[in-house]
Write a protein that binds this ligand. Structure first.
Ligand code: PGA
Length: 240
């Protein structure tokens, strides 16, 4: 079964809308990843989907204003946390060292991790080999010190920055090349799965999700549109 993660980012504006969205996206194999403030409300309505958080800190408690700890998330029945999203790497200056600490803290609390990696356009312009080298460095650094048994609780999302819908001058990726890079990542590390994120929508979902080397999708923009999102889910598993 493929995994479809709905990364709502900093949306929607009200808990009521979040609840409606969660109900419309509550399918087996789906991970709903709302902003922190809606976690409890979303959890209370989900019957089939799993719950994820968009970020996590590396300490459990202490003087860390604004941070959310792994144990707090665990106690809210969160199963997955995102680490390494390119938006946080780029706009908040999150480093591989910080990402590595988050991943280790989350795993030691029993949370599963969705680690995002992906190259900027300048790297990709040098060819697919450069992109693979870039991603290799990210993965090596981000998973440094993670035990083999814990790596099985990590899902890697390949998200080329230039293909994410909100990137400046976003460009569509070529599914065949996305699959080639996902296959490359699978050979590099033994993780639970490798999924793809980069403007996955109802129209292109089959082309990405139909490939054996792509274990699912992390969906941003289109996860805020229930009808489109349902079509993406049904491209992975026929909806009953
Ligand atoms: P997108 O976002 O589907 O809007 O491209 C994916 C992501 O950034 O997680």
């Amino acid at each position: 079964m493929k995994l479809i993660a709905a990364n709502w980012k900093s949306n929607p504006d009200t808990a009521k809308t979040a609840e409606r969205l969660a109900l419309a996206e509550d399918y087996e194999g789906v991970i709903i990843i709302p902003p922190f403030q809606y976690l409890e409300r979303v959890r209370s309505v989900l019957k089939h989907a799993s719950l994820g958080a968009q970020n996590v800190f590396w300490e459990n408690g202490g003087p860390f204003t604004g941070e959310v700890s792994p144990s707090q998330l665990k106690n809210l029945s969160v199963s997955f946390v995102i680490a390494g999203h390119s938006e946080r790497r780029a706009y908040l200056g999150e480093t591989d060292d910080m990402i590595n600490k988050k991943i280790k803290a989350a795993l030691s609390e029993g949370l599963q991790v969705i680690l995002c990696v992906g190259e900027p356009i300048q790297i990709r312009k040098d060819g697919i080999r450069s992109a693979k080298d870039f991603i290799t460095n990210q993965i090596r650094y981000d998973l440094r010190g993670v035990k083999r048994s814990d790596a099985k609780k990590v899902i890697i999302t390949y998200e080329p920055i230039w293909a994410i819908s909100t990137s400046q001058n976003a460009e569509p990726d070529i599914p065949e090349e996305a699959a080639e890079i996902c296959a490359y990542i699978k050979n590099l590390v033994n993780v639970r799965g490798v999924i793809y994120g980069g403007s996955v929508n109802a129209k292109n979902a089959k082309e990405f999700l139909g490939r054996d080397d792509i274990d699912g999708a992390l969906v941003g923009g289109e996860s805020l549109k229930p009808k489109e999102f349902q079509k993406i889910v049904s491209a992975a598993t026929p909806l009953v």
